[in-house]
Design a protein around this ligand. Structure first.
Ligand code: TV7
Ligand code: CA
Ligand code: ZN
Length: 380
């Protein structure tokens, strides 16, 4: 009787492979693939898996990875040490046991998810292990080795004329932006903390809107929303809904990819925003409301218990169960070490952190005006 009903009129698919979760970047490295185990356990403890089509994703083939990445770079990931080039590996992107399996599995899940959307077997496809937006054509960057988002978008472009990419990770989605910089078939919108000097990757100012050359089709097809520390739910929501609402009205995408990096939550180990689980999730609610085929991927998120909360909540939004979730969790959830200390709640207060909101109304309004002006150049 406590079962969550399947959404009426549309299909949600879940793409994952538990083998991804078993990889380790290193003791002190902030990226913890086991946050995906936590997420899945939370999702299942609410019974949400019964409302989705579940797929065990397969590993992407070398050929599939090479649809975007350089041959020699993929060969290197497959057999590190075979080359003297560094390909971006180091402290942020270490070479760990099973690295190639890890990369091909998270990429395979995003490619599978995109194909389910292309064949209309799914209306919303979810891969929480994906969203690794910094990876470049021939280089690892910022904990990202292969760019599953670019690979998924390339699948979507086989059948869709225009794809909108939205990135709410606290970091700039530079790898995806770079890949489609000269294209008007993909519009990239990233919201992020911007401080060229000190915050990774240091790109994504408001003025960075695509190539400058008038004959380049990508001109004006990139939107960057650079933010300061401490942005709260209400400012973020106002910005997000204004910019994304206007962008969808003007661009009319045939498919949307939403990167839900959870490091934009308050209390994130690497982040500096003040978003709550519900504020973050409101972005998913808003994007879903347009009823356009939607690929939802993960990304950053470095306080694992909050990553699990956010992505479980956002899964519930995708299946339309966020208002009806049973708040009484099964016994085993609070037994997880991550939740035992504090006593479990899905919506802890993450909004009053050490960060003051350094984004005043004037600054938010300036961004909105700039983007509205930019959107005038997008042809209908
Ligand atoms: C998508 N910040 C990825 C975000 C990638 C951020 C960075 C670290 C970090 C790395 C560690 C570590 C860390 C506590 C934090 C300029 C440097 C400074 C490496 C120590 N602890 C995403 C990438 C960012 C690695 N990198 O968007 C091993 O923080 O700022 C930098 C670059 C040079 C390298 N050093 C950090 O969320 C998934 N790295 C502990 C151990
Ligand atoms: Ca972002
Ligand atoms: Zn991030």
């Amino acid at each position: 009787e406590n079962q969550i009903a399947r959404p009426k009129g549309y299909t949600v698919s879940w793409h994952s492979n538990p083998d991804v979760e078993d990889h380790h970047f290193g003791q002190t490295h902030p990226m913890k693939p086991w946050r995906l185990t936590l997420t899945k356990e939370l999702v299942m403890s609410y019974g949400m898996h019964l409302a989705m089509d579940l797929y065990l994703s397969r590993a992407a083939t070398q050929e599939e990875l090479k649809a975007f990445h350089k041959d020699e770079y993929i060969d290197f990931l497959h057999e590190p040490g075979y080359s003297s080039a560094v390909y971006g590996v180091g402290d942020d992107c270490p070479i760990f046991d099973g690295l190639y399996d890890y990369c091909s599995l998270y990429a395979g899940a995003s490619i599978d998810a995109a194909r389910k959307l292309c064949s209309k077997q799914s209306d919303i496809a979810i891969n929480w292990s994906g969203g690794l937006h910094h990876a470049k054509k021939g280089e690892a960057s910022g904990f990202c080795y292969v760019n599953d988002i670019v690979l998924a978008i390339l699948q979507l472009l086989r059948v869709h004329a225009r794809v909108l990419y939205i990135d709410i990770d606290v970091h700039h989605g530079d790898g995806v932006e770079q890949a489609f910089w000269s294209s008007d078939r993909v519009m990239c919108v990233s919201f992020h903390k911007y401080d060229r000097e000190v915050f990774f990757p240091g790109t994504g100012p408001l003025e960075s809107t695509g190539p400058i050359h008038p004959n380049n089709p990508g001109k004006n097809y990139t939107i960057n929303v650079p933010l300061n520390d401490g942005i709260d739910d209400s400012s973020y929501q106002h910005l997000f809904e204004t910019i994304i609402g206007d962008t969808i009205d003007v661009y009319r995408p045939d498919a949307i990819v939403l990167q839900c990096g959870a490091d934009s939550l308050g209390h994130d180990r690497l982040g500096c925003f003040n978003l709550n689980i519900k504020g973050h999730g409101q972005c998913v609610t808003f994007v879903k409301s347009f009823r356009i085929p939607l690929l939802v991927v993960g990304g950053g998120g470095y306080t694992p218990r909050n990553v699990a909360r956010a992505w479980a909540h956002e899964t519930s939004i995708c299946i339309g169960a966020d208002k009806t979730l049973n708040p009484a969790l099964p016994e085993f959830m609070p037994l997880r070490e991550a939740f035992r200390k504090e006593g479990f709640t899905l919506f802890p207060n993450l909004g009053s952190w050490r960060k003051d909101n350094l984004n005043d109304q004037k600054y938010i309004q300036k961004i909105i005006e700039h983007v509205k002006e930019q959107l005038r150049y997008i042809k209908h």
